[in-house]
Design a protein around this ligand. Structure first.
Ligand SMILES: Cc1cc2nc3c(=O)[nH]c(=O)nc-3n(C[C@H](O)[C@H](O)[C@H](O)COP(=O)(O)OP(=O)(O)OC[C@H]3O[C@@H](n4cnc5c(N)ncnc54)[C@H](O)[C@@H]3O)c2cc1C
Length: 379
C-alpha cells in the first residue's frame, strides 16, 4: 500500500494547478496524483491517434478565456506557462455561424470574452506545464479510475473497483466531482455515491453541507464529433465558428472548432448538444451512434455552401464521438467556505466551485488559490 500526506484526484487544469500552487507556497509533504485518463488534461485533454503519431485534437475546451482583472490573481499560474510557451494569446479568426450557414461576426458569449489563450502545441500542454511546476517527487498514477473510498483511522483509502492497488492518504482533494455527485448512480450504474458512503451523515457537518451543495450542481452534456479532413481551401481558415441561436436550433451544435495538423490535414470538432434521453451504460452506445449520424448529416448540410462544396462531407473521416457527461457546470456550485472540510481532511477544487470564472477554465484555475492556502494551514 502506498501512503502519502496528500492525494489529489484528477489531473485536469485544477488538479495540476493545485500542485503547482502548493509547490510555489513551499508545501513539503508527499503527494500522489491519481487520474483516470492516460495523461493530464481532463476536460482540456487532447485526443491522439494510435495510427498517426502527429495527430492531436483538442476535443474538450479549445480555449481558456480570462476575464478582465482576473489575470493578476492568476499570474502565478499563467505567467510561467506563457513564459515557457505553453500558453499563447489566441489570435486566429473567430466567426459566428447564422441559421443559413453564413459566416458572420461572432456573438458575445461568456466563453469568448476577455483574454483568449490557447495551449501550445495543444490544450493538454497547459495541464502538463502546470504539472511540471508541481512537486518533484510527485507520484503520478495515470489510468487509475478510483471507485472505492474508505475513511479509516484518520486515513483515506483509495482504490479502483477491483481494489487492485490501494493508496492511503492523510488528506484528500477531489478536483472532479464524479465520486461525490449522484449523477454516477445513473450514468455509471453505481449503487452509491462513494464519498457519501465513506463518511456517515452527521460525522462532519461541513462535509454534509458540501455533499448537499454538490448534489445540486447541474452540468451540460456535450457530444463532440471529431473529424479529419484534407487541408482547407483557404489559408486564413477560421479557428472557430460559434453557432448563433438559430444555427444551434437548426443543427443542434454549439460550435465548430478547427485545428490544423502537422501533416497538413485539418482536425474538426463539432460540439453537439445533448440528446433528451438519460445516459446510462445501456443507452450510451446507441446515443453515441445516433449523435454521430445526426452530426454527420448536419456537417454535410452546413458545409454544402462552403468553398470546397461537397468535398467537406465526402472526405470527412470520422474519429468518433466523445461524450462529456458534465462538460460545463451551469447551475449550483460549492461555496468556497466548504472547499476544505477540516474534520474529514477532504477538499475540493474545480470549475464548479463558486467564484470568478465559474463553469470555465478560469474558474478551475481560480479555485485552487484559496484551497492551496487552506492546505498550507492545515495539518
Ligand atoms: C466540450 C467542452 C468544451 C469546453 N469549452 C470551454 C471553453 O471554451 N472555455 C472554457 O473556459 N472552458 C470550457 N470548457 C470547460 C473547461 O474544460 C473546464 O472548466 C475545465 O477544464 C475544468 O477543469 P477541472 O480541473 O475543474 O476539471 P476536469 O478537467 O474535469 O478534471 C477532473 C479530472 O478528474 C479526473 N477524475 C474524475 N473522477 C476520477 C476518478 N474517480 N478517478 C480518477 N480520476 C478521476 C477526470 O478524469 C479529470 O481528468 C469546456 C468543457 C468541455 C467538456
Amino acid at each position: 500500500m502506498t501512503a502519502v500526506d496528500l492525494a489529489v484526484i484528477g489531473a485536469g487544469l485544477s488538479g495540476c494547478a493545485l500542485l503547482a500552487r502548493l509547490k510555489q507556497l513551499g508545501f513539503s509533504g508527499s503527494v500522489a496524483l491519481i487520474e483516470a485518463g492516460r495523461g493530464p488534461g481532463g476536460r482540456t485533454a487532447t485526443r491522439r491517434s494510435r495510427r498517426d503519431q502527429g495527430w492531436s485534437l483538442d476535443h474538450g475546451a479549445p480555449l481558456i478565456n480570462v476575464s478582465a482583472g482576473a489575470d493578476d490573481e492568476l499570474a502565478p499560474l499563467l505567467e510561467p506557462l506563457v513564459r515557457q510557451g505553453q500558453l499563447e494569446p489566441e489570435t486566429r479568426i473567430l466567426k459566428g455561424l447564422d441559421g443559413r450557414g453564413e459566416w458572420v461576426n461572432p456573438p458575445q458569449h461568456p466563453l469568448l470574452a476577455g483574454w483568449l489563450l490557447r495551449g501550445v502545441p495543444e490544450m493538454a500542454a497547459v495541464s502538463a506545464g502546470l504539472l511540471a511546476l508541481g512537486p518533484e517527487d510527485l507520484q503520478c498514477h495515470f489510468g487509475l479510475r478510483l471507485r472505492w473510498i474508505e475513511r479509516r483511522d484518520g486515513l483515506w483509502l483509495l482504490a479502483d473497483s477491483e481494489r487492485s492497488q490501494v493508496i492511503a492518504a492523510r488528506r484528500l482533494v477531489m478536483s472532479g466531482n464524479l465520486l461525490a455527485h449522484p449523477r454516477s448512480l445513473s450514468m455509471l450504474a453505481w449503487p452509491d455515491v462513494p464519498l457519501r458512503s465513506a463518511v456517515a451523515v452527521g460525522e462532519d457537518d461541513q462535509l454534509d453541507q458540501a455533499l448537499a451543495s454538490i448534489a445540486a450542481i447541474e452540468a451540460t452534456v456535450r457530444w463532440n464529433l471529431m473529424l479529419s479532413l484534407p487541408a482547407p481551401p483557404l489559408a486564413d481558415w477560421p479557428r472557430m465558428l460559434w453557432c448563433l441561436p438559430e444555427a444551434q436550433e437548426r443543427w443542434g451544435l454549439e460550435r465548430l472548432v478547427f485545428q490544423p495538423q502537422a501533416s497538413g490535414r485539418l482536425g474538426v470538432v463539432l460540439h453537439g448538444f445533448d440528446a433528451d434521453e438519460p445516459i446510462t451504460p445501456e443507452s450510451q452506445p446507441r446515443l453515441l451512434q445516433q449523435q454521430e449520424e445526426r452530426q454527420r448529416a448536419a456537417w454535410g448540410e452546413l458545409t454544402a455552401g462552403w468553398p470546397g462544396g461537397s468535398g467537406w462531407a465526402n472526405q470527412a473521416e470520422s474519429l468518433g464521438v466523445m461524450r462529456w457527461g458534465a462538460s460545463l457546470p451551469i447551475k449550483g456550485s460549492l461555496p468556497t467556505r466548504l472547499q476544505w472540510c477540516a474534520a474529514s481532511g477532504v477538499g475540493f477544487c474545480g470549475d464548479w466551485i463558486d467564484g470568478p470564472g465559474y463553469g470555465r477554465c478560469e474558474g478551475a484555475l481560480h479555485s485552487v488559490l484559496h484551497l492551496a492556502e487552506q492546505l498550507m494551514g492545515s495539518n
